[in-house]
Structures are given as structure tokens and as C-alpha cells.
Design a protein around this ligand. Structure first.
Ligand SMILES: Nc1ncnc2c1ncn2[C@@H]1O[C@H](COP(=O)(O)OP(=O)(O)OP(=O)(O)O)[C@@H](O)[C@H]1O
Ligand SMILES: [Mg+2]
Length: 227
């Protein structure tokens, strides 16, 4: 069983150099604790730093100050290789822009989730196919991303992120390209993950994303404010 506290972030600060003038402080001291069984929703205006925050929490970008812990273990200070092992062990990531590999089919993209961790075996392939079916893209398994609609790509990206059943799922607008029905299937799957003991942080503006959420925050002025 993973420990109770899955993610702790303390005092995260992130600045970006501006083309002219002073750097922009996108995160100005973000604190966040997420435990097993919790679904946390983050809202906020475009440009407020939501994707930046997920990237920092997911160890894809370094903060300028502050700390990220997985299960109370500081991970933001680890070296590159160790960080990537921690990511493989803890995280599933649904990117706002999907980041599917263009040369791979839908099924192969989903299996990427296993390639660097458990390895791809018959069981993983079965699970990948079951996920594609569940999210309505099973018949697109052999299509490349360029042959998929935006919403289909989004669903394939979601399947990839959950293939390994990560203790923590970070999802950046995972329903942004979907109609209500397909969006609801994804949201219900997020709720189910939390109910089953996983932890989920989702960036979403859909009002129904907050249904069943343990906490809803707005990111504004570089800080998270609880609703
Ligand atoms: N690599 C970068 N270099 C410079 N500025 C950046 C960089 N990445 C993001 N920013 C800036 O940081 C701010 C926050 O960007 P971010 O993508 O986190 O916003 P967001 O809340 O996810 O917005 P959206 O809802 O539109 O996806 C923006 O003003 C953006 O221009
Ligand atoms: Mg974003």
C-alpha cells in the first residue's frame, strides 16, 4: 500500500525570464498536500501558471525555490536519473498538448507508459487495449496521432497516463477537447481512481469536475486559494 501522504509541495516559486523587463513570477509560494483517496481540482485563468505548477509537481521543471516530496521523501533535489525513476514509480501525466509520439500508433503510444517501467508483455497489451476500448478509441488502435481527432488524441493520452496505475495522476485539462459525454467518462474515471485509493490532481474548468472533489483551488497571483 502506498503511504497516506502522496504529495507534499512547500513554498514553490517559479520565475520565467521575460523577453524584456523583470522576470515573471508565475508561482509565488505554492503549498499543497495530497493524500491517498483525494481528487484535487485546480482552476485559474489562462496564463495563471496551472501547467507550470503541474510540471514542477511532476518533476519536469525545477522550481526556483521550494520542495516537492513524494510520500514525504524529498524528490525535487534528486539528480536527473533518480527523478525519472521516481516519476516512473509515482506518476501518470496527462499533458495539455497530449504529447503523443507521431511515429507510433495509438496502442504503441499507450504502451509507452510501460516501456520504461514494467516492460511490455501480453498482460500490458491486454490492459492497454481494454483502456482504449473503455474510452471509445479501441478501433483507432493502429492509427497514428495525425490520423486522430483532437479528442481521440486526448483519450489516447489519458490511457497512456493510467496504464501503470500510478499512485498520483497529474492531469492538465484532460477533457479540454472532449464533448460532454466523453468528458464525463474521463471525470468519472478520475473519481474512481481516487475512490480506489489513488491520488489525482486535475486542472479543469468544467463545473462538474468539482463534483466529488476533495478540494478545489484557484491558482491566482502565483498562489493556490481554496474554494
Ligand atoms: N518556458 C517559459 N518561458 C517563459 N515564460 C513561460 C514559460 N512557460 C510558461 N511561461 C509563462 O508563464 C505563465 C503561466 O503559463 P502556464 O502555461 O503555466 O499557464 P496556464 O495557467 O496553464 O494557462 P492555460 O490555462 O492557458 O493553459 C504564462 O504567462 C506563460 O507565458
Ligand atoms: Mg495550461
Amino acid at each position: 500500500m502506498p503511504p497516506e501522504t502522496v504529495l507534499t509541495a512547500r513554498g514553490l516559486v517559479k520565475r520565467f525570464a521575460a523577453p524584456a523587463g523583470a522576470p515573471i513570477e508565475v508561482l509565488a509560494g505554492v503549498d499543497l498536500v495530497v493524500r491517498r483517496g483525494e481528487l484535487v481540482v485546480i482552476e485559474g485563468p489562462s496564463g495563471s501558471g496551472k501547467s507550470t505548477l503541474l510540471n514542477v509537481l511532476g518533476l519536469l521543471e525545477d522550481a526556483d525555490a521550494g520542495e516537492v516530496c513524494f510520500a514525504d521523501r524529498p524528490v525535487s533535489t534528486l539528480g536527473r536519473g533518480a527523478k525519472s525513476r521516481e516519476r516512473g514509480r509515482w506518476l501518470g501525466f496527462v499533458f495539455q498538448s497530449f504529447l503523443l509520439l507521431p511515429a507510433l500508433t495509438a496502442l504503441e503510444n499507450v504502451l509507452l507508459g510501460a516501456r520504461y517501467t514494467t516492460g511490455v508483455d501480453a498482460e500490458r497489451r491486454r490492459r492497454a487495449m481494454a483502456l482504449l476500448e473503455r474510452f471509445g478509441v479501441g478501433e483507432r488502435r493502429d492509427h497514428h496521432p495525425a490520423q486522430l481527432s483532437g479528442g481521440e488524441q486526448q483519450r489516447v493520452a489519458f490511457c497512456r497516463a493510467v496504464l501503470n496505475d500510478p499512485p498520483l495522476l497529474l492531469a492538465d485539462e484532460p477533457t479540454g477537447n472532449l464533448d460532454d459525454a466523453n468528458g464525463e467518462v474521463i471525470l468519472e474515471s478520475l473519481r474512481a481512481r481516487a475512490r480506489e485509493g489513488g491520488a489525482v490532481i486535475v486542472v479543469s474548468h468544467r463545473p462538474d469536475a468539482a463534483h466529488g472533489a476533495h478540494a478545489v483551488y484557484t491558482l491566482a497571483g502565483g498562489r493556490l486559494r481554496p474554494h
